[in-house]
Structures are given as structure tokens and as C-alpha cells.
Ligand binder design. Structure first.
Ligand SMILES: C[S@@+](CC[C@H](N)C(=O)[O-])C[C@H]1O[C@@H](n2cnc3c(N)ncnc32)[C@H](O)[C@@H]1O
Length: 319
């Protein structure tokens, strides 16, 4: 399936199903399969269009964290990234009770790794670990494999979060960043996380939540055997700070778009879509007058996406 308007419709209605229904499960099997197929097509397209170093999350901004990252990763943030998306990755490991210098020999699995740039960054933050990235998009996995893989240190596999192709107890740390809100069955994913983690291993889970999805997560987390939840941090303010910086004139996002040759109105539409995709609504974005006029004519959407309430980092330990 390629990313046609039908695929976009299947994806947006699947997202609404998953995030606005407190059951937390796209119960009809056809829906779940359709959502996964649409999701793979959309991220396949993103992998084809994305430039070097691209990550696909909304990011966060915390100046103290940036200082810590700079101390560990020389040259961090130069020259192709604004560093906001990498900060979320850093947080995912930093908040665990494992020293970042003590990762040698550990197996870190990222589920929903996109093109692998975030995991590649983590391999510099916590050297010596064996890192595996898994994603549903074949093209994202192919891109990571072609451009980033390095023997046992960094490998990528194609797969589904709800059916992980790993042995029981084979993972020390499982990272999941801004991905699970598209999984039709959150309980199956968390059950798989519990299965592949070794006793004492950690799940570091970061995602964006609607009011209903918060309730689903609370209930599902209680139901899954073997995971003890030790932290639930609302990081919304730091995520909004990153999104606002990305929206601002002169930002890395805007400048990158500004370098492409295109008509100024098309550029405004492209910037508008990008802002909507990267958390604009969550950070209070208001479209400029030209976009408002075009949306009144039905040419571009004014706003899109779901009413997201919070962005959270949750940690569980495998008992
Ligand atoms: C918003 S992107 C985030 C990517 C990456 N974690 C990052 O922060 O840049 C969501 C990713 O989840 C992947 N994904 C969606 N559904 C999945 C599933 N059922 N199993 C594995 N990956 C999935 C998508 O293909 C996409 O790469």
C-alpha cells in the first residue's frame, strides 16, 4: 500500500479509534490490521522523504539536560539537528537507575525506532551496549540498516510491537518513544515488553496521551503481570517548550524549509503541515492569516490531530 489519501484516512480514523476509545483496543481485527498497514505505508513514505539525521518525535527542551548531553557527546547538536528530539532519547536512559557508563554488554531494544537515528544517538550516550531497533516500516528499517548499523553494536529489524521477535528475558532495557499511541492493542505490546525483559530489566516508555488514553494506560498497566511501574512523569511543559522553539521564525526547522526552492505560499503551507505534525496544536499554535484564509476555502486543514492532554515518561521494572 502506498501513502494515498485512503491510507491517510485509514491512519487518522485508526488513531482516533485507538486514542479516543477508553477500551484501548481497536477490537475489530480488520481495523487493527488496516491501521498497521496504513502506519507502515505512512512511515515508509516519511523514510523516503526524510533527510540525514531526521528523528520523528516532538522533542523536549531542558537546558540542564543539554549541558549533560554536551558533556557526554562532543559536538552534540551540530550541524543537522536542533537536538530537541535527541533530548527525549537521553531522558529515556538518564532516568533509569543504571549508570550511563555501565551499559557494556547490556541489550537495549528500541521498539518503534523509525530510521534509527535516536538509537544511534543512544549508542554514543551509553557506549558498549548491544542496541537493536525494531520498526513496522520496512523502509525505515532498511534506511537504518544501510546508513547506521554497526555489527552487534547497532542492528535493525522489521517487526511489530505487538509480536516481538525476541526470546523471553533477552532484553535489559526496552525504550519506546512516541510510538505506542498508534498500536491497536496497548495490552499486547506491554505484555510483549514484560515477556522479553529479563527480571530486573527496565521499560522506559515515552508517549503523548489523550484523556482517554491516559485512562487506558492506567488500567492496562495494572492488568499486565510482571511489570511494576516506578515512575510517571508529566513532561508536557518541556515538550511544549521544544515545539514552540521549532515553530519560531529563524528556527532550525524553518531555516531548513527556507533553503528549499519553492513558492512562498507553498512554503507557508509546508511549514504549517510540519508544525501540525510536530505537536503544534499541543503547544497552542495559531495558523498565520494566509493559512486561515486557505482553510476557510477548504484547501488546507486549519488544525489536525487529536486533543492531546499530556506528554509522559513512564518507567517500569520487570519483576
Ligand atoms: C512518531 S514515530 C517515532 C519514531 C522514533 N521513536 C522517534 O522518536 O524518532 C513512530 C514510529 O513507530 C513505528 N510504529 C508504529 N506502529 C508500530 C508497530 N505496531 N510496531 C513497531 N513500530 C511501529 C512507526 O513506523 C514509526 O517509525
Amino acid at each position: 500500500m502506498s501513502a494515498t489519501p485512503d491510507v491517510m484516512t485509514a491512519f487518522t480514523s485508526g488513531l482516533a479509534d485507538i486514542n479516543l476509545d477508553e477500551s484501548g483496543t481497536a477490537r475489530r481485527g480488520a481495523n487493527a490490521a488496516g491501521m498497521k498497514s496504513a502506519s507502515a505505508s505512512i512511515y515508509d513514505m516519511a523514510a523516503t522523504l526524510s533527510g540525514h539525521g531526521a528523528l520523528w518525535n516532538w522533542g523536549m527542551h531542558d537546558p540542564a539536560l543539554v549541558e549533560e548531553i554536551r558533556a557526554r557527546v562532543p559536538g552534540f547538536g551540530e550541524p543537522w539537528t536542533d537536538g530537541f528530539s535527541e533530548q527525549l532519547y537521553f531522558l529515556a536512559l538518564r532516568e533509569l537507575p543504571i549508570d550511563l557508563d555501565d551499559y557494556a554488554g547490556r541489550h537495549v531494544l528500541e521498539v518503534g525506532c523509525g530510521m534509527g537515528e535516536g538509537l544511534n544517538f543512544l549508542s554514543r550516550v551509553a557506549p558498549g551496549a548491544g542496541m537493536t531497533g525494531l520498526d513496522l516500516s520496512p523502509k525505515a528499517v532498511a534506511r537504518g540498516t544501510a546508513t547506521l548499523s554497526r555489527g552487534d553494536a547497532l542492528t535493525f529489524v522489521h517487526g511489530d510491537a505487538e509480536e516481538l521477535p525476541f526470546e523471553d528475558g533477552s532484553v535489559d532495557v526496552l525504550v519506546n518513544i512516541e510510538s505506542s499511541h498508534t498500536y491497536p492493542d496497548l495490552g499486547r505490546f506491554l505484555g510483549e515488553a514484560a515477556r522479553v525483559l529479563r527480571p530486573g530489566g527496565f521499560l522506559s516508555h515515552i508517549d503523548v496521551y489523550t484523556r482517554q488514553r491516559t485512562e487506558t494506560m492506567r488500567r492496562t498497566a495494572e492488568e499486565i503481570k510482571g511489570l511494576e511501574w516506578t515512575a510517571d512523569h508529566d513532561i508536557s511543559d518541556r515538550v511544549r517548550a521544544a515545539v514552540r522553539r521549532r515553530m519560531a521564525p529563524g528556527s532550525h526547522f524553518r531555516t531548513t524549509l527556507g533553503k528549499q526552492r519553492m513558492n512562498p505560499l507553498v512554503r507557508q503551507i509546508a511549514a504549517h503541515s510540519q508544525i501540525l505534525m510536530f505537536g503544534g496544536m499541543f503547544a497552542g499554535y495559531q495558523p498565520p492569516p494566509a493559512i486561515k484564509a486557505l482553510s476557510k476555502l477548504g484547501i488546507v486543514p486549519w488544525m489536525s490531530g487529536l486533543p492531546m492532554e499530556s506528554y509522559r515518561h513512564r518507567i517500569a521494572v520487570r519483576r
